[in-house]
Write a protein that binds this ligand. Structure first.
Ligand code: CA
Length: 221
């Protein structure tokens, strides 16, 4: 999976990155909040490792901001031994887990696996969106008991948006998902599938964030 590491201590950051890469994950390492924000908005990371004391601000503020925009990607905070308050604040701000420095790197990779599994398990795959009932496990969409047929690719686009309800999903991320079907795609493929989804599910369901991507409107449909 792709992991975002936000840590400004060079030796620790490098050790974490090397270890997590050796465990089979791709790691993007950022040392500043500003860079981390940009990365978070453009890449669909499966998990975030977040140091709280960064040169340009507090990791807690970043965590609160991403949860505020309903970005539910799992976050593990990395805190100093004497900062118990940090751990409490971190968990209250929506962190999924924490590790106290210095931590064992094998424990870190074990936690990454455990937190990601928990996040992916999605105990309730049923979602109601306005008048739409969506079963993410069965890949079914219904309105008033009536099934709405989606093609595999339409579902793939919708699924990307459903994974981060209300958050902006980049056009590139959706495009990557379409590429996963193996065949070549047209340069306007994302627009085409979004427009088909709007036709089938409701024209106000998906908002376009010009130049950035798309966002599911939770109150629509
Ligand atoms: Ca730090």
């Amino acid at each position: 999976m792709r992991v975002l590491l936000i840590e400004d201590e060079p030796i620790l950051g490098q050790a974490i990155r090397d270890h997590v890469v050796a465990a089979g994950h791709a790691v993007d390492w950022m040392q500043r909040l500003e860079d981390a924000e940009i990365a978070l908005r453009s890449v669909d990371y499966a998990l975030v490792l977040l140091d709280l004391h960064l040169p340009d601000g507090s990791g807690l503020d970043l965590l609160r901001a991403i949860r505020r925009r309903k970005d539910l990607r799992p976050v593990i905070i990395l805190t100093a031994r004497d900062q118990i308050r940090d751990r409490i604040d971190g968990l209250n701000a929506g962190a999924d887990d924490y590790l106290v420095k210095p931590f064992d790197l094998d424990e870190l990779t074990a936690r990454i696996g455990a937190v990601a599994r928990r996040a992916a398990a999605n105990p309730n795959p049923l979602l109601t969106l306005g008048t739409l009932e969506i079963d993410q496990a069965a890949r079914l969409v219904r309105r008033g008991g009536q099934r709405i047929e989606l093609t595999q690719r339409e579902w793939a686009v919708l699924d990307q948006l459903l994974r981060r309800p209300g958050a902006i999903v980049s056009r590139e991320r959706i495009e990557e998902e379409l590429y996963a079907f193996g065949s070549e795609i047209e340069s306007n493929a994302v627009e085409v599938y979004v427009s088909r989804l709007r036709k089938k599910l409701g024209k106000d369901l998906i908002a376009t964030q010009r130049g950035i991507g798309y966002r599911l409107i939770m109150e629509a449909a």
